[in-house]
Ligand binder design. Structure first.
Ligand SMILES: N[C@@H](CCC(=O)N[C@@H](CS)C(=O)NCC(=O)O)C(=O)O
Length: 219
């Protein structure tokens, strides 16, 4: 399988299937396409009709859209248990994944994803606060009801953790204060060996996209 991704410094959508594949120990090759350049869409469209990353190529199969890729991987490797076993937990996990995929615009537009920078003095704008509150409810609720069997939202690592992983780095970048349960969960994600691998590769990237950088907030 080949996963087409964008810049590791910024591309939250790319991280999701990448992390899922890594956590599941599924071998794959990756092809990085630099996003936000004049030729980016044409280059991505060589692999994915949607013109956006991520995309997955598996022989004759092409899958695009992060959540569809995660679903494809979970279906192809059922023994990896990438969705919770319990049907009630699984239904909830699917719902919160769709909430992430389709929503949280206030958070996404006001706190652009940055995997490396750690800002100081950022005030969370009002439009982002309901999203942050809803994510707190999702994380603490899942951990309380389903998290007994492991450190992740539904116990063992699932598609839900892959979908919410980039939120952890938005919070770290912008210094969003978290309740103890959410902070513990964020730490679990941040310290995953696969996450460390992504972060060290992101730190070595030299390309910068001005729209995603906030130099005035750097210490
Ligand atoms: N809904 C899509 C969103 C994908 C997306 O927006 N990808 C961005 C990068 S994070 C992209 O490909 N941008 C192309 C560009 O900026 O040139 C998904 O879930 O995969």
């Amino acid at each position: 399988m080949k996963l087409i991704i964008g810049n590791k410094r910024y591309s939250s959508w790319s991280l999701r299937p990448w992390l899922l594949l890594k956590q599941a120990g599924i071998p794959f090759r990756e092809k990085l396409v630099w996003i936000h350049l004049p030729g980016t869409v044409a280059e991505i469209r060589r692999y994915s009709p949607g013109g956006k990353v991520p995309a997955l190529i598996d022989g004759r199969v092409r899958v695009w859209e992060s959540l569809a890729i995660c679903e494809y991987v979970a279906e192809k490797y059922p023994h990896k248990g990438l969705w919770p076993k319990d049907p009630v937990a699984r239904a909830e996990a699917r719902s919160v994944c769709n909430e992430m995929h389709a929503g949280f615009q206030g958070l996404r537009s006001n706190l652009p994803c940055h995997f490396i920078n750690r800002y100081r003095g950022f005030r969370v704008p009002a439009e982002a606060r309901p999203d942050i509150e809803r994510i707190r409810e999702i994380w603490t609720g899942a951990r309380r009801r389903w998290g007994k069997g492991g450190p992740f939202l539904y116990g063992g690592f699932s598609v839900a953790d892959a979908m919410y992983a980039p939120v952890v780095f938005r919070y770290l970048a912008y210094g969003v204060k978290l309740d103890p349960v959410s902070a513990g969960y964020a730490r679990t994600i941040e310290t995953l060996p696969a996450m460390r691998e992504w972060l060290s590769q992101a730190a070595r990237e030299t390309r910068r996209i001005a729209a995603y950088e906030r130099p005035e907030l750097l210490p």
